[in-house]
Design a protein around this ligand. Structure first.
Ligand SMILES: [Zn+2]
Length: 156
């Protein structure tokens, strides 16, 4: 998928069809609808402003049910990062490791989103490194990823 799609144009059927391996429910369907429109939506409490993630229908701060999918700024910092070595073909050589990070979003302390770090040499990834949202294409879908917000030096 290239370009942006208007959220209103993404039907629920399209969400189910795009993510067959994901258990889509009423709490996360808007998040996945957002991904199809290249928008990172996280539920936010309308009563107190608390960001509710993982996706839940009830605000854990004030117990309001008025939780609304809301687009985040995409700015954050690396809270933790691990290198994942994954190859589905057991006969293939191991591919380059994928740096998977928990990115703490600027919207709220403790609001962390799991996504790969891209456009950055592995050895340049640092904890607390400022990052920003970008999108990577995988299997025909756009997925959230984060890249350094500032230029990085490889250190090699
Ligand atoms: Zn609340």
């Amino acid at each position: 998928m290239t370009g942006t799609t208007d959220l209103a144009d993404v039907t629920e059927d399209a969400v189910f069809a795009a993510f067959p391996a994901v258990l889509i429910d009423r709490d996360n369907v808007e998040h996945y609808r957002g991904l199809l429109a290249r928008k990172l939506l996280i539920n936010r409490c309308s009563a107190c402003g608390y960001w509710v993630y993982p996706h839940r229908p009830l605000c854990p701060e004030c117990w309001s049910w008025d939780v609304v999918p809301t687009e985040v700024s995409g700015e954050g910092s690396v809270f933790l990062c691990t290198l994942i070595h994954q190859e589905r073909d057991p006969n293939a050589a191991l591919s380059e490791p994928v740096p998977a990070a928990a990115v703490e979003l600027v919207e709220q302390p403790g609001l962390r989103y799991l996504a790969p770090i891209v456009n950055c040499p592995l050895e340049a990834i640092r904890l607390d490194m400022p990052v920003r949202l970008t999108w990577v294409d995988r299997d025909g879908l756009a997925w959230p990823a984060f890249e350094p917000a500032d230029p990085v030096e490889s250190g090699r």
